[in-house]
Design a protein around this ligand. Sequence first.
Ligand SMILES: NC(=O)c1ccc[n+]([C@@H]2O[C@H](COP(=O)([O-])OP(=O)(O)OC[C@H]3O[C@@H](n4cnc5c(N)ncnc54)[C@H](O)[C@@H]3O)[C@@H](O)[C@H]2O)c1
Length: 277
Amino acid sequence: MTSVPPSSTTPTPQLFSLAGKTTAVTGGGRGLGITFAQAIVEAGGHVACLDILVSPSQTEWERLTTLAKSHNLTATYHHCDVTEETSASALLETIATDAEAKGAPFWGIVACAGIQQKVPALEYPVADFEHILRVNVTGTFVTCKAAANVLVKRKSKGSIVMISSMSGNIANRGLTCTAYNTSKSAVQQMCRSMAQEWGQYGIRINTLSPGYIRTNMTDELLQAEPNLEKTWMAGALLQRLGVPEDFKAPLVFLLAEGSSFTTGANFRIDGGHCASA
Ligand SMILES: NC(=O)c1ccc[n+]([C@@H]2O[C@H](COP(=O)([O-])OP(=O)(O)OC[C@H]3O[C@@H](n4cnc5c(N)ncnc54)[C@H](O)[C@@H]3O)[C@@H](O)[C@H]2O)c1
């Protein structure tokens, strides 16, 4: 399946539409992931959220399912550990079969599941280091590999977005997060490698790399060390930290046909953090 450029008659809003498509989101139980799920539905798509949490954040989930229902779309929730290849692959295959039955074929995945840990490198236990890499790198690999296989098997084109971080490009001042930073760099290189292999199938794959966003993940870091916020704000060119909603439009752009010539790219959105030293 070769990539087809947009036609001269395709109106711009259509380039940002996910209508008639089903997209999976890992880490879709809360935080950035569930906000991405909302964005997918708002762009007209069906969404399947996968997360290790037994159930998603209640308020956000109710908002998402109400919205989906009002647009005749579906938002489904699936318990899943992204590091378990057999079950995660089988689940994505089931989601794709259900998607076909709905008339909205599987389009791709947003690999957003991730974990963070702050430990000085001199003391970092190897088992903890490996655990971060297992979830953030292997989990991303497992789910993107499975999603691409679903697409190749059906001879369908599609789009995959991996959530990396500006920590894949820089070491954050004041944060002792060697394993996390290493994992996010690895995700960016994995993306380029997969883009190189999968372009021939019409599968695009890109990384979206956020700067600081207030979510459960950063709340935990700030609770342990409240002074960190001052360090973060010192590099905030727009004088604020990010909110999950800052990433809805970039995500939809990378998923939808408007970015049909974009693959193997890293889209860093960090409120200017990496632009100045
Ligand atoms: N918050 C930030 O400032 C920030 C900045 C840059 C990148 N990110 C990235 O964004 C993504 C989402 O982070 P967030 O801030 O929303 O944090 P979060 O902790 O709220 O969300 C992460 C989600 O991943 C899920 N998860 C963890 N391990 C899993 C596993 N093994 N299998 C399935 N699901 C699993 C968690 O249950 C959780 O719902 C992460 O990849 C994170 O590294 C966050």
